[in-house]
Design a protein around this ligand. Structure first.
Ligand code: PLP
Length: 368
């Protein structure tokens, strides 16, 4: 859409908070709806830019406009975060070499494990906090997969340094930016080639839709990647539902408000958890709204905490308005490096003192 500050007279580019609210709307005209349209169609009248629903949809485009602008690139929405992960892995040549963290989202770890088992890829697993080791692993590789902060260990990569090292060696860099969101980290500006999102999490933000996206840089090389990913989406067919896209865009309108509250509460909860006798380790990278803790009593202790909260919801996933907690080793593909007694806390937007009282009571109960 054309915004009031676009064009030569624009004093300043709009701030992310404003773009979150304003992008993806239809051009203003008397009597038109204010919000983005929800377009439900499988086919279009002939001779337009798009002829069939697998090729494009105006509701996708609205969401892509907002997300692309925030990330500083061109976005493509897909059916889930894992559909976006698969689309990004389609850029790896058959038999190619991928460098991945030794612990990241279990769906990604399982995907590379399967590629390796099928002989479709060579996989190099690295400690992504060891920048020199990651750089060494890039020699002769095709793709560098970063997730920062990682799920659920919250390890942070030096994205700009690693993306530069990868570029020098002709290696593509993909960054899963689900945990940070484009409000806290913009990997394309740091030199990454592709950003991946589970839109399901913070962007949509209400635990009601599954959706994913890939975003590429607004450069010639980036546009070539975008074309390949667009073709992948159209031919593989892992397309987003228009309704889910519409809900995600509606959720994104308040991303800045939700994230601000959730991050402030995460900082405070991480601080209070540090002193708790039932907590042996707090992992918090200093930004974001996920806190991982290790608790006394091993896996059983962590399970007792999960079962004892009343306000915190015992459920997988993250990034919604409600606070969730889960012992991650419940998940079958969780990496070995993740401790059995680790609980991932996704801090929502409730009152922080209510969250603390509920969590502290559950921790005391579990410690017996
Ligand atoms: N990337 C990360 C970091 C995730 O945490 C997840 C899901 O938890 C995904 C990707 C996959 O997203 P989805 O569940 O939307 O397929």
């Amino acid at each position: 859409m054309a915004l009031v500050t676009d064009g030569p007279s624009s004093p300043e580019p709009l701030a992310p908070a404003t773009r979150l609210v304003a992008l993806g709307r239809e051009p203003a005209s008397p009597g038109a709806q204010v919000g983005a349209p929800l377009v439900l169609t499988s086919t279009y009248h002939a001779d337009g830019a798009v002829s069939y629903g697998r090729g494009g949809n105006p509701t996708w485009s609205a969401l892509e406009e907002a997300l692309g602008s925030l990330e500083g690139g061109d976005a493509l929405v897909l059916a889930s975060g894992m559909a976006a992960v698969s689309a990004a892995f389609s850029l790896l040549p058959h038999g190619g070499t991928v460098v991945v963290p030794d612990a990241a989202y279990n769906g990604v770890m399982a995907t590379v494990g399967d590629l390796e088992a099928e002989g479709a890829a060579t996989v190099r697993r690295v400690d992504l906090t060891d920048t020199a080791a990651v750089v060494a692993a890039l020699e002769g590789a095709d793709l560098l997969w970063l997730e920062s902060p990682t799920n659920p260990l919250l390890e942070v990569a030096e994205v700009a340094t690693l993306a530069a090292a990868a570029r020098e060696r002709g290696v593509l860099t993909v960054v899963d930016n689900t945990f940070a969101t484009p409000l806290l980290q913009r990997p394309l500006e740091d030199g990454a080639d592709v950003v991946v999102h589970s839109v399901t999490k913070y962007l949509a933000g209400h635990s009601d839709v599954l959706l994913g996206a890939v975003v590429t840089a607004p450069t010639e090389a980036g546009r070539a990647l975008h074309d390949r990913l667009h073709r992948y989406r159209r031919l593989r067919g892992a397309i987003a539902g228009p309704m889910e896209s519409w809900l995600a865009l509606r959720g994104m309108r308040t991303l800045h408000l939700r994230l601000e509250r959730a991050c402030a509460s995460a900082v405070e909860l991480a601080r209070r958890l540090e002193g708790h006798p039932a907590v042996t380790r707090v992992r918090y990278p200093g930004f974001g709204a996920i806190v991982s803790i290790e608790v006394v009593g091993g896996a059983d202790g962590a399970e007792r905490v999960s079962a004892a909260t009343r306000l915190w919801v015992h459920a997988t996933s993250l990034g919604g308005v409600e606070s969730l907690l889960e012992r991650r080793k419940r998940q079958p593909d969780e990496p070995l490096k993740v401790p059995d007694e680790l609980l991932r806390l996704s801090v929502g937007v409730e009152d922080v003192d209510d969250l603390w009282r509920d969590l502290a009571a559950a921790l005391e109960h579990a410690a017996g």
